[in-house]
Design a protein around this ligand. Structure first.
Ligand SMILES: [Zn+2]
Length: 253
């Protein structure tokens, strides 16, 4: 089941991200994904406002009979969770993506960043790659699983969270601290990696297994009385600390 979901994720992401030039028939899954993507990109979620996107997603799921809930961590900062039930043999898999986007400097854009236009085979817009394409792909996966009445041996949880771009206290941090029971899972599939589709064929699939590992370090800096150079020493030892100390002291260690 997991392998099937992962393949579906990868293929749909590929279709969404790279094959805008391919012809698509109305009502096909890739046409549907493109529509989701365009609708989401047209919502400016660069300053929060993720609830708007969550409500849009909820309306899609409601129409298909997929239960979902919106959890607001603050006014306008909505996270949405949906779940397809499996038979409980295995722990759930979580499909997660974020609905917020980083800010826009319009002077640097050659198109309206929130128009979601398709030009020369590519969809242009803030969040078209990071991360509304993944939100749309995950939506489509749930729809396909539901429509095909796929028998699941684990729940498939959908999470579209707020605040990934620098304010996780409104998104994933909030969900973990307040609604862990809604997203508790064995595996989580999130952004990272990439897939290239050319002429309708998957050329390659790249998978990122992790990212943004925390490398914490701390300095203890003491200044001797009188003159003399700063004395810098570490109170925790790892490569980043040593590198930082070297920069500060100017002396190799
Ligand atoms: Zn992202």
């Amino acid at each position: 089941m997991l392998r099937r979901v992962l393949i579906a994720v990868l293929v749909i992401i590929a279709i969404t991200t790279f094959s805008a030039a391919q012809p698509r028939s109305a009502g096909s899954p890739d046409a549907e994904v493109l529509q989701f993507m365009q609708d989401l990109v047209r919502m400016d979620t660069s300053n929060g406002n993720e609830t708007k996107a969550a409500q849009y997603i909820k309306a899609v799921f409601d129409k298909e009979g997929i239960p979902s809930e919106i959890f607001e961590s603050a006014p306008g900062r909505g996270n949405i969770v949906a779940r397809l039930k499996g038979n409980g043999t295995k722990k759930p898999v979580l499909l997660m993506a974020h609905t917020d986007v980083v800010g826009v400097d319009r002077a640097k854009w050659t198109v309206d960043p929130f128009a979601a236009i398709v030009k020369n085979g590519y969809l242009y817009g803030r969040g078209s790659d990071d991360d509304k394409s993944l939100v749309a792909a995950h939506m489509e996966i749930l729809l396909q699983l539901k429509r095909e009445n796929v028998k699941l041996d684990r729940d498939v949880i959908f999470l579209a969270e707020a605040g990934e771009e620098g304010s996780p206290q409104f998104g994933i941090k909030y969900m973990i601290e307040n609604h862990w029971d809604k997203i508790d899972c064995e595996y989580a599939v999130s952004e990272g990696g990439t897939t290239l589709v050319k002429d309708g064929r998957v050329v390659y699939v790249a998978i990122a297994t992790t990212e943004k590992i925390l490398a914490s370090f701390a300095w203890l800096r003491t200044v001797p009385l009188g003159t003399g150079p700063y004395l810098v020493s570490t109170i925790r030892s790892n490569i980043w600390t040593r590198r930082s100390v070297n920069c500060s002291t100017g002396s190799p260690r």
